[in-house]
Design a protein around this ligand. Structure first.
Ligand SMILES: *Cc1c(COP(=O)(O)O)cnc(C)c1O
Length: 244
């Protein structure tokens, strides 16, 4: 099927709309719009669509599965020039080796064993630079979801700090889904408080401590609460095919 010009323009327009909302949310909370990085979440969308987003200036891309990302990154090849890849989904131990080669930042570290494995893989594959990671915190106590509980967070942070090839940059969370974005606000506020606490202890490799929080439905609220990275899929690429 030929790619329509409309499809191309549509992604560009959606991206512009999201960027302008990010800017407004930052300004109304006395923040510099440049403090917020937009991660375009391209999961389930084919390389041809991702290429359009890259052409429209989306250079930070988020995927939630290693295998799927691998295929698309390989297919994009040199077309993905300049793009950086974020792993935002749960990472299985047996995918750690490939993940440290493919991704620029892993948002979903949630156990000491995974951290140590990533550290080991960095050595084994000869990754030149230390791998930047975030800790995913489960604030809702949803046992079915990935993420470390608040109680175990200090222990995990200590374990990551002992990993020479990892750089701990901050925290990530995925609150339960609410129609009303305001209901997610307490979760964002809580993650920020945890970030502040650990930043004051000097736990993050780059001073400020990143806060990866906010999705299509609630990224503006997340920015008001301090998000430095928002992970936005649907608002840029449209609805995902539920069958995938
Ligand atoms: C899919 C996904 C997103 C983006 O969700 P949208 O609602 O489509 O913006 C963000 N974060 C994670 C962890 C995801 O899996």
């Amino acid at each position: 099927m030929p790619e329509t010009a409309q499809g191309r323009d549509e992604i560009r327009e959606r991206l512009a709309r999201v960027r302008s909302r990010i800017e407004s949310a930052a300004l109304r909370s006395q923040r510099a719009p440049g403090d917020v990085t937009l991660i375009a979440v391209s999961k389930t969308h084919p390389a041809s669509i991702i290429r359009r987003a890259i052409e429209a200036g989306a250079l930070e891309l988020g995927e939630n599965r290693v295998q799927e990302a691998d295929e698309k990154i390989v297919e994009l090849g040199s077309d993905s020039g300049g793009a950086r890849w974020h792993l935002i989904g749960h990472l299985q131990a047996n995918k750690a080796r490939r993940a440290v080669t493919l991704f620029d930042l892993i948002h979903s570290v949630d156990s000491a064993s995974l951290a140590r494995r990533l550290n080991r893989m960095c050595v084994e594959v000869g990754r030149n630079e230390a791998l930047p990671v975030l800790v995913q915190v489960d604030l809702a106590g949803e046992a079915t979801k990935s993420g470390i509980s608040e109680t175990l967070l200090p222990e995990l942070i200590a374990a990551i700090k002992a990993c020479e090839r990892l750089r701990l940059l901050g925290l990530m969370t995925l609150p339960p889904f609410f129609e009303d974005a305001e209901l997610a606000r307490p979760f964002f506020r809580r993650l920020r408080a945890l970030r502040d606490l650990h930043r004051d202890r000097g736990d993050f490799d780059e001073g400020r401590g990143e806060l990866s929080m906010g999705m299509s439905n609630d990224y503006e609220v997340a920015i008001e609460e301090g998000a430095t990275m928002v992970r936005v899929g649907t608002a840029i690429f449209g609805e995902r095919d539920a069958a995938r």
